[in-house]
Write a protein that binds this ligand. Structure first.
Ligand SMILES: Cc1ncc(COP(=O)(O)O)c(C=O)c1O
Length: 400
């Protein structure tokens, strides 16, 4: 199967399983429905496109009933292309230009602004409009790496509590209406960090009650984690119950019409794998299994020290070795997995990297002139090409 697909579509190859994607979407919809029943407030699940922006996956996510969160012109364009209507799109952005703001405004999309400076720029250009603002309560967020913790004293995100008076002055000056407030604590919490996540949410809710009691919308961001190694799955029933108890305490002091979430990873991560080829085996201080998959195809291990399960195919009955899996890139950080105990493979065996549906292709690059692999959707026994492999022509055309 792996070989057949690599022969057909080239290597490396991003492969997505439609049934897993739909399962995760449905779990998010169930979570939404349960919370909605418990709280009697509309709940919206906005899939965070940054995790994976492939149009075919977006279409499936849309068909499952999710909305989207976009953060760039391309993501907004893609959202419109697959048919999300303007009310289903939220633009959660960071440090954007006036030109980009104009595009959001002209598309009639609700924007969530992340600094008083950006609120000033928006207000100057588009007075008398509705906006959302992103708040940073100063409480440390949660995430799998410091690089993706997005709340707390040492992050670039949000408007600090100390800036709220100034925010209100700007709002007044341009007659803006803050209809919603947002906080995204960070990316990837599991059961062991659920209480930290809820503490972060509670500190946010206290700020909403104190400073923004009349908003219609609160947005609690994304961050729902998936197990990469052997952790337990996020207990969505428990999370729903704990969120219900917490939100009940605060929303009676508010006039909310809607609570938004922005899950990215939870939806697309587990449906994706990368297939590749073992290209060399050597022993230095350690065994190194060289593959044609590099940090340009999957940057998470080198960027965050993230763990991804890796398997070799075929399974061999050879000696066990401890090896680092690595790619084609001219950096020592080009490691896909460290100290993995595997049976000694042969050159041209295949390699499979798991849980690459989120922040895999979307964070890939052409570094050292590597072309991005194709993307294929597995739908039952069908394999469907959903993005062609990049060609040298594609790259050259941009420079002509
Ligand atoms: C504002 C915002 N919302 C949602 C997400 C999605 O996070 P996750 O994929 O962890 O659910 C991110 C990710 O960085 C984000 O920055």
């Amino acid at each position: 199967m792996i070989k057949k697909l690599l022969n057909k579509y080239g290597s490396p190859l991003y492969v997505y399983d439609k049934s897993i994607l739909i399962k995760r979407c449905n779990e998010m919809i169930e979570f939404k429905n349960r919370l909605e029943n418990n709280l009697n407030v509309d709940i919206s699940m906005h899939y965070s496109i940054k995790a994976n922006e492939n149009l075919s996956l977006l279409k499936i996510i849309k068909d499952c009933g999710l909305k989207v969160d976009s953060m760039s012109e391309l993501e907004l364009y893609l959202s419109r292309l697959v048919g999300f209507n303007k009310d289903e799109i939220l633009y959660v952005c960071n440090n954007i230009t006036e030109k980009e703001m104009k595009n959001v405004h002209d598309n009639n999309i609700l924007i969530c602004l992340d600094s008083i400076s950006q609120v000033e720029t928006w207000g100057k250009n588009f007075p008398n409009t509705n906006i959302m603002v992103r708040i940073n309560t100063g409480i440390l967020g949660v995430g799998h790496s410091d690089k993706v913790i997005t709340s707390g004293k040492v992050t670039k995100f949000g408007i600090a509590i100390s800036e709220i008076n100034e925010l209100f002055n700007i709002i007044k000056k341009y007659n803006l209406n803050i209809i919603g407030v947002h906080e995204h604590l960070g990316s990837l919490f599991l059961n062991d960090k659920m209480d930290n996540y809820l503490e972060g949410i509670e500190s946010f809710l206290k700020v909403v009650v104190s400073y923004f009691p009349n908003v219609e919308i609160i947005d609690l961001g994304g961050g729902f984690g998936v197990p990469y190694k052997d952790e337990d799955r996020l207990d969505l029933n428990l999370l729903c119950k704990k969120l219900t108890d917490l939100l009940k305490k605060y929303i009676k002091q508010l006039h909310l019409k809607e609570i938004k979430f922005e899950p990215g990873r939870y939806i697309v991560c587990e449906c994706g794998k990368i297939y590749g080829i073992v290209t060399s085996i050597k022993k230095l201080n350690n065994y190194y299994i060289g593959t044609d998959i590099g940090m340009n195809d999957l940057i998470r291990p080198s960027m965050y020290d993230a763990y991804h399960k890796i398997e070799l195919s075929p399974k061999r009955d050879t000696e066990k070795i401890i090896a680092n899996f690595c790619g084609t890139i001219c950096e020592s950080s080009d490691i896909l997995g460290k100290d993995r105990i595997v049976n000694m493979p042969k050159v041209n065996d295949n390699v499979v990297i798991y849980n690459t549906g989120a922040y895999g292709y979307s964070m890939s690059s052409n570094y050292t002139g590597r072309l991005r692999g194709a993307e294929v959707l597995l739908d039952g026994d069908k394999d469907i090409l959903i993005r062609k492999r990049e060609t040298i022509e594609d790259i050259i055309n941009l420079q002509k």
